[in-house]
Write a protein that binds this ligand. Structure first.
Ligand code: GLY
Length: 353
């Protein structure tokens, strides 16, 4: 483990020196960056917080603060990605430091997210355009933005946060999860009636297929929904989603970007990292050791030289896939893959729950 941590810290230290903007995905091994943090800036801040937790070195805390400062203004953005942006950055920072200012900013972001619920469909959503018309859009990934609302409920006792997260989770079971417990990626709906217009899998192989990262977001999201709401339907759902994921893993336990892609040539190490962290949480909540055993197998594989980018390139985990149909970040490092990999390792080390 010490050897892996050395590789991780070495990478983060190099990135601290070189980065001027938020790392997003690599291109030929070098970070491409975003000025405003797009949907991924929170993971870089979160990685700095994790390094602080591992090393207790104040350098990482100061850097996490200064990068978080650059994200702060995004807390009023009308996007369902607010959980990705503010949980690993501000909520995690608040948990690690107890700094109430970080807590207040997290609550601002949670308040904004709580305004993004559609009254009729009951989904947390964004507005997008379909054939020139405004429509509502919600995606499976939202399940891993809800932790910002679950946290806000636990922090304030305000049931509005609970109700929104609970109802979105139930609606996700109803509309996103197939009989096989594979998941759909995107739902577009009519803004006036809430009626569903179409179900598609934009980042996957085809609309009927199962995009492995979407499945991973769902596993982790439902495990965390159960952690706060304690409704058994969420535990059952997380377990079934996890079983589907596990049954479709190849020999090295790192999934292809889409479970139904017949070519089986492109992996997504970030789906493996997210799932491993989610499976560790699910193992605790369900008291089922088998989920931890699989998480360990995934992490062993990700820690091997096949996936761990020792020396080569800017990121920590090789062989991620951001958006295969658009040709973006294919067989590259992805900042959220790095974050969840380190998070999962820290759970194994007993540094995180
Ligand atoms: N949330 C966007 C993605 O997972 O690619």
């Amino acid at each position: 483990m010490n050897n892996i941590l050395e590789i991780i810290l070495d990478k983060v230290n190099k990135n601290i020196v070189n980065l001027r903007d938020f790392p997003h995905i690599t291109k030929n091994g070098k970070w491409t960056t975003t000025k405003d943090g797009y949907w991924t800036g929170g993971f870089w801040v979160g990685l700095l917080w994790l390094c602080y937790k591992i090393t207790k070195d104040k350098k990482y805390k100061e850097l996490a603060y200064s990068w978080a400062e650059r994200l702060k203004g995004r807390r009023f953005d009308k996007t369902f990605d607010l959980g990705f942006l503010f949980y690993p950055s501000f909520v995690l920072g608040y948990k690690f430091t107890g700094d109430e200012n970080l807590g207040r900013i997290s609550l601002d972001a949670a308040k904004t997210l709580s305004t993004l619920v559609h009254k009729k469909s009951k989904f947390v959503y964004c507005v997008t355009y379909l054939n020139g018309e405004k429509v509502g859009r919600t995606i499976i990934d939202v399940m891993m933005n809800l932790p910002l609302l679950w946290w806000a409920f636990e922090e304030t006792g305000n049931g509005i946060y609970y109700d929104i997260a609970y109802t979105h989770s139930i609606r996700t079971i109803e509309e996103f999860i197939r009989g096989s417990y594979s998941t759909i990626h995107v739902i577009d709906f009519d803004l006036d009636t809430g009626n569903i217009i179409r179900k598609i899998t934009t980042q996957g192989y085809r609309d009927e297929s199962c995009w492995s990262r979407g499945q991973a977001w769902a596993i982790y999201g439902f495990a965390l929904a159960y952690k706060t709401a304690k409704d058994k339907i969420f535990l059952k759902t997380a377990k079934k989603l996890a079983s589907y994921f596990i049954e479709h893993l190849p020999e090295d336990y790192v999934p292809y970007w889409d479970f139904n892609d017949p070519e089986k040539s492109v992996k997504d190490s970030s789906a493996a990292a997210i799932a491993s962290s989610g499976l560790l949480t699910l193992s605790n909540l369900s008291r089922q050791e088998r989920f931890k055993e699989i998480a360990m197998k995934i992490l062993n594989s990700l820690s091997s030289k096949q996936y761990l980018a020792k020396g080569d390139g800017d990121g920590i985990l090789k062989h991620g896939c951001f958006h295969k149909p658009a040709g973006l970040g294919v067989d590259e490092c992805l900042i959220w893959g790095d974050y969840y990999f380190v998070e999962a390792l820290m759970k194994i080390m007993g540094e995180l729950e």
